[in-house]
Design a protein around this ligand. Structure first.
Ligand code: PAN
Ligand code: ZN
Length: 183
């Protein structure tokens, strides 16, 4: 393939040219939140991808724009996933907003990192990852990952994350997930 460039707007995360776009509405996040979803058509997040061949010789990259808001006491968040090729790592660079990167291993360990403009989060292989918007503005981050990382959403759909990030009286709080079904 030939080299190419894309313009990344460092404030909004917009890509020019914009190629593949994935939209997730609350209806697509069915069962993610403990409380019922009242507005299923509401946009939760968009992923704008810079396509490349999905193999280990290439790097994929994308912007995620995660809207602010809550369902019950849980903040809007991404579905979250392990990489289908478990050992594949990833880098997140936050451009805007206030977030938390919730990570978990298959044996139930949790790790939370802050996401703020300029934060570079390193997600090692074997760690499931979910971003959570704890602020009042869109949370925008740019991600880079190996082309063959892939997505395993099923494990998280079945088991959930061991911990949740909820709105507490003093702001965002990490609490055990009572619905966690992992080991
Ligand atoms: C990110 C995520 C993106 C959306 O690009 O795919 O933030 O989150 P979900 O895929 O969990 O819905 C990434 O981690 N790619 O590997
Ligand atoms: Zn990932």
């Amino acid at each position: 393939m030939d080299p190419f460039s894309t313009l990344l707007d460092l404030r909004t995360g917009a890509l020019d040219p914009q190629r593949k776009v994935t939209e997730r509405r609350l209806a697509d996040l069915d069962g993610l939140f403990a409380a019922p979803v009242e507005d299923p058509q509401r946009l939760a997040y968009r992923v704008l991808e810079i396509p490349a061949p999905a193999d280990n010789s290439n790097l994929l990259s994308s912007t995620t724009i995660l809207e602010p808001g809550r369902v019950g006491d849980e903040y809007l968040m991404t579905k979250g996933h392990f990489h289908a090729t478990r050992e594949r790592a990833e880098i997140y660079v936050t451009l805007a907003g206030d977030g938390r990167l919730l990570m978990a291993t298959e044996d139930g360990r949790t790790h939370v990192e802050a996401m703020a403009p300029g934060t570079v989060n390193y997600v090692p292989g074997w760690w499931a990852h979910r971003s959570v918007n704890v602020g009042d503005e869109p949370l925008v981050f740019f991600a880079v990952y190996p082309g063959d990382a892939g997505y395993d959403y099923g494990t998280i759909e079945e088991q959930g994350f061991p911990s949740l990030i909820v709105a507490g009286p003093d702001g965002p709080a990490v609490v055990p997930n009572p619905r966690y079904r992992g080991t």
